[in-house]
Ligand binder design. Structure first.
Ligand code: 5RP
Length: 210
């Protein structure tokens, strides 16, 4: 099980400071969608240059022009690029083909997919690297989580790795670990804490023991 730190509400300098504090405990740095909107793919480039030993995920949440957008994120140094599961198969296929050409990986974000089991099966057949269940901020605010969806994709996905994102905190991490996803994505559960290194270290310890 790997741990990904999602950076959403920071600029490039703040992102570097946070990663500097917790780099020993994480596997992947996520450049969140708001950071890409504010700073562009320069954020991906600068974080990859600053932390070359960590993988960098560009959370582009691609909905169209899969191959082109994966190419641009790859040029910036992203190792993993996100595509939305709600989009059409052609976009996902284009993204996968370009990622393979560039030696990169595709994570499909299942945010707002209604029939998770059926769509996960279809997407799993398209050769993606990760399928990720995700409760976004707006539904987190309404009290939702993705724990049940994780169990659904664990049951149907045969080829891709599984991942979960959305509101995971230290207190809820043990429940997530029990379901054994390949990748656990945590944003505010680390970045919103007073002692970020201690929280990330504790998460890493729980994951290692899991
Ligand atoms: O993609 C995202 C929002 O759309 C976030 O990066 C993801 O939800 C993880 O952050 P958090 O743990 O704070 O929910």
């Amino acid at each position: 099980m790997k741990l990904q730190l999602a950076l959403d509400l920071v600029n490039i300098e703040e992102a570097k400071q946070v990663v500097n504090e917790v780099q020993a405990y994480i596997d992947i740095i996520e450049i969140g969608t708001p950071v890409v909107i504010n700073e562009g793919l320069r954020a991906v480039k600068e974080l990859k240059e600053a932390f070359p030993s960590l993988l960098v995920l560009a959370d582009l949440k691609i909905m169209d022009a899969g191959a082109y957008e994966v190419m641009k994120a790859s040029e910036a140094g992203a190792d993993i690029i996100t595509v939305l599961g709600a989009t059409d198969d052609a976009t996902i296929q284009g993204a996968v083909a370009e990622a393979k050409k560039q030696g990169k990986s595709i994570l499909v974000d299942m945010i707002n997919v209604k029939n998770i089991a059926q769509r996960a099966r279809e997407i799993d057949a398209l050769g993606v690297d990760y399928i990720c269940v995700h409760t976004g901020y707006d539904l987190q605010a309404a009290g939702q989580s993705s724990f049940e969806d994780l169990k659904i994709i664990k049951a149907v996905v045969k080829n891709a790795k599984t991942a979960i994102a959305g509101g995971i905190k230290l207190a809820t991490l043990p429940e997530v670990i029990q379901a054994k996803p390949d990748l656990i994505i945590v944003g505010g559960g680390i970045t919103g804490q007073a002692d970020k290194p201690a929280t990330a270290a504790e998460m890493r310890k729980l994951i290692a023991a899991g």
